[in-house]
Design a protein around this ligand. Structure first.
Ligand SMILES: Cc1cc2nc3c(=O)[nH]c(=O)nc-3n(C[C@H](O)[C@H](O)[C@H](O)COP(=O)(O)O)c2cc1C
Length: 194
């Protein structure tokens, strides 16, 4: 089946030396081997302003680079989002990116005087991959994966994106073997376009 995959690299560091980049590269390699089309947005490499007011969110046109990202999201039928867990959630730059990109009129549209929202990104699936220092089960069971749930419920599902798959990669500093096995998993996810 034809699939357009958009990788959103949410690591804020412009150097591409991080586990998140290695995981994304493994995913992309697998996806390309299966013949899927792949594009990537690296949020560290794009320059965009912080959203500061309600009016900006509703009424101001996004800057050209954000409009291009919106086109890429429209093009994709599967989004693959990578980020490191920072203070229990996604890094601030990635949140700022979603605030800019997922604007009314593009991602959702208020109707009935703002009492309801029409979802404009239905038909797209997503896979979120989060790396973290703590064991993944602690984040999930003790902390309730609150930051991840917020991305899923308040951002992605709100716009109609689903189903959403999650991969939590914990104890990233611990062992090289652990990393290698995750790189293999990412390659296989890419091959299956998941
Ligand atoms: C500012 C900052 C905050 C972090 N907060 C957390 C955290 O809340 N929980 C956790 O398990 N790891 C935390 N970490 C560790 C990172 O999640 C970990 O270094 C990262 O996943 C490694 O991936 P990378 O090599 O792609 O950066 C934090 C790291 C930084 C720099």
């Amino acid at each position: 089946m034809r699939k357009n995959i958009l990788i959103i690299q949410g690591h804020p560091d412009v150097s591409h030396d991080h586990l998140c980049h290695a995981l994304a590269a493994a995913y992309e390699k697998g996806a390309r081997e299966s013949g899927y089309e792949v594009k990537t947005i690296c949020i560290a490499n794009i320059d965009f302003p912080l959203l500061r007011t309600n009016e900006d969110f509703y009424s101001t046109d996004p800057v050209p680079v954000i409009r291009q990202c919106q086109q890429d999201i429209r093009w994709a039928n599967h989004l693959v989002i990578f980020y490191p867990l920072w203070m229990g959630s996604m890094p601030a730059l990635l949140k700022a990116f979603f605030e800019q990109v997922f604007r009314p009129g593009f991602a959702m549209e208020p109707v009935d005087g703002g009492r309801k929202w029409v979802q404009l990104l239905k038909g797209k699936s997503a896979h979120i991959i989060v790396t973290m220092g703590m064991p993944a089960f602690i984040y999930r069971w003790y902390y309730g994966a609150h930051g991840l749930k917020s991305l899923e419920r308040n951002i992605l599902k709100f716009t109609g994106i689903g189903p959403i798959k999650e991969s939590l990669i914990g104890m990233v500093e611990e062992s090289q073997a652990h990393r290698v096995s995750w790189l293999e998993k990412m390659f296989n996810f890419g091959k299956k376009g998941r």
